[in-house]
Write a protein that binds this ligand. Sequence first.
Ligand SMILES: C[S@@+](CC[C@H](N)C(=O)[O-])C[C@H]1O[C@@H](n2cnc3c(N)ncnc32)[C@H](O)[C@@H]1O
Length: 228
Amino acid sequence: MSNLKHNGRLRWAPSFLRNRGQVTRAQKRAMRDHWDRFGIRFRHGEIIDLDSHYEFKGPLIIEIGFGMGDHLVHLANSLPDHRVLGIEVHRPGLAAATGKAAAEDLKNLRLIRGDARLVLTDYLRESIATAIIIQFPDPWPKPGDEHRRLVQPDLLTIMHRTLIETGECLIATDVDLYAEHSRNVFSKDDRWQDLEKSKLQLHRINTLYESKAIEAGRVITEMCYQTR
Ligand SMILES: C[S@@+](CC[C@H](N)C(=O)[O-])C[C@H]1O[C@@H](n2cnc3c(N)ncnc32)[C@H](O)[C@@H]1O
């Protein structure tokens, strides 16, 4: 996507690891057979008309970086009167989520391939979502890599633009340092306030990533914020 660059410079440092995993044969088949139904394609410079991609109108929840899509598909199943949109860069994850959405015949789930920061900024309208979920963002724990973390002041501006008033953001991490980092970033932005609990937490299930983190003895931190 060419407009990840501005004046020849990257607008955001890559927040994801490249070349993570191969697309399996079954996943390739799922993309071939079902991407036209679940995936939203868009052209450079286009503002996506989300209403034309869903079969009904309803509150919109966005999950950024949904991995293999287990939580995303569960969420769409649990909230059939909501529209759910997953944004991910990882091809095997997009393919896996497409296959799962097709197997469940989900009417309320759509997927976009791309860097969520770019998609939200350049391709989606403002004030469209009631909630944004980010679970287990890549932690970039090494000194010098902090700028690659997804949760940054700039992301808070982007999410604030996308959410309606009193929209919610739910973040989960298994890395204490990342929890501290996220709290720090949110505390410095007075357009956001802490939220003790979010209804979305009721629909959270453990993804494979989360289960492995728990098995390894790491503590899961969930943080909820609301736009003012
Ligand atoms: C550690 S994985 C966690 C996946 C999933 N949320 C889970 O709980 O299993 C982080 C995911 O975020 C995705 N990601 C990172 N930065 C992203 C961005 N800017 N836009 C979209 N997805 C991103 C990665 O591709 C990866 O799949």
